[in-house]
Design a protein around this ligand. Sequence first.
Ligand code: DCM
Ligand code: DCM
Ligand code: DCM
Ligand code: ZN
Ligand code: ZN
Length: 286
Amino acid sequence: WGGFGHITTAYLASDFVSPQTATYLQTLLRNDTPHYLAGVATWADSVRYTRWGRFSSDFHFIDAKDNPPSSCGVDFERDCKKDRGCVVSALHNYTMRMMLDPAKKATLQDVVNLEALPVWERAIAAKFVVHFIGDIHQPLHTENVARGGNGIHVLFDGRRVNLHHVWDTSIAEKWVGGIRRRPYEGARRWADELAREIREGKYAAVAGEWLRSANFSDPHSTAMAWAGESNAIVCSHVFTSDPEDMHDQELGGEYYEKAAPVVELQVARAGYRLAAWLDMIVEDIL
Ligand code: DCM
Ligand code: DCM
Ligand code: DCM
Ligand code: ZN
Ligand code: ZN
């Protein structure tokens, strides 16, 4: 997602984490304000183009070599780059690294002979987990065609953009009526709305099901389930026709009307699942 999607996901997660998770992460991230998660949600995007952060540039997506719109599907062996990794392996790795807290009650470290990590390393792991649970829910972060749609030029309300950007940014920002250069305020408002829908609105009946795919004893399968669900949307809503035929289409109208509720659903799922995931990590440590 663009910054707005990531920040909304993080605010939404902070509405659902347990008090002990909030305190743990506020301490780890050295930020005792309500913005402790939102404030780190885009950090992974800011380092991916730096010399230090280059190693992480492929961690934001998994390039499913499927055949939309007729056939979708993610295959870890086929789609996760062996030498460089992908969002599924990265989420698994940084989840495990977050748990290497010297204070950990169970002695995982002794069993598998892993060293505890210093606080700054666990802080980096937490920032990656917050970000990658967001990205795995963006359908085009689970698709290989045209580098996740980056190579497909389209129009959105007359502006020339690429299809990836439409799904990262344009749809969500139009949905909330524009963010007018104040992404944190707009994201906080959207997260409030999504939290209400989850607690007592249109998502109340299904939010429990969103967590059934979250199996903390198997982070790899959990990440694959989320990636597969996201990738199915590539066939149902992203490529409404052959990818070749999308070039230069205007997507701000009918296409947007169908896509926007799906973007909202994915951001809601990401925030709610992120909260549950962080709770499971912190419960395992304390
Ligand atoms: N970091 C690093 N080298 C960089 C950029 C970041 O080691 N070039 C690490 C140090 C901090 C974190 O990432 O733990 C960045 O934190 P902040 O978001 O406070 O800048
Ligand atoms: N890091 C990583 N993979 C790399 C290089 C770095 O995950 N190939 C992360 C792990 C540490 C931090 O960056 O949190 C610093 O790594 P290093 O100890 O290599 O400086
Ligand atoms: N991206 C993706 N799949 C790819 C390549 C890139 O999902 N195969 C994403 C990462 C960024 C955006 O597209 O969100 C732009 O990437 P880049 O700057 O690498 O072109
Ligand atoms: Zn993106
Ligand atoms: Zn990203």
